[in-house]
Design a protein around this ligand. Sequence first.
Ligand SMILES: [Zn+2]
Length: 203
Amino acid sequence: MAYTPATEELIRALQGLPGIGSRSAARMALHLLERDTESAQWLNNALAEALNKVHRCPSCRTLTEQVECDICQDSERDASSLCVVVNDADRAAIEMSKQFQGHYFVLHGVLSPIEGVGPEQLAIFDLIDKLKNNDVSEVIFVLDDQMESEATVFYITEQLKAIDVRCSRVTLMHLKNGNLDQAESRHLVSALTNRQEITLEQE
Ligand SMILES: [Zn+2]
């Protein structure tokens, strides 16, 4: 073993983060333990506090520290329009564009049978119930163009055939991390304005 058991465990934990390979994980772990224990303590406290306070809004699955998120509580927002996104970073990016005044539903992933992600993990049946029981007239899917995303949109729209709701689709490649640059932000604005309606064949 190259490092102590606790160091190895920390490296394995860091390696589980998106985009972090084994070498980066080892570099980060050693940096925190050897040179920057103050930051390590800060990280430790911030992570514990966030895990303790942050949870998914029961209504839309946005991450929040309140019983219900700000958007669901805001009576000024348009409850007839619902935007379906993959994660909270995408929701934050759309919020920053200020082009959408409706409500959201955050899937926290896309369908992926290989990774064991099915409709239950994405709460798709909760979404369907929400659409059945609320006055939503339009569902806007804002997802990227990857195969799993397309399959997820297709799966959900198939379930919506029996419900009287308009569905439209915005395909965005760079909607990640909530840090849109100016060009991406402009693209998001025009994509939302020129969204494509999905035609549902009624049964
Ligand atoms: Zn909410």
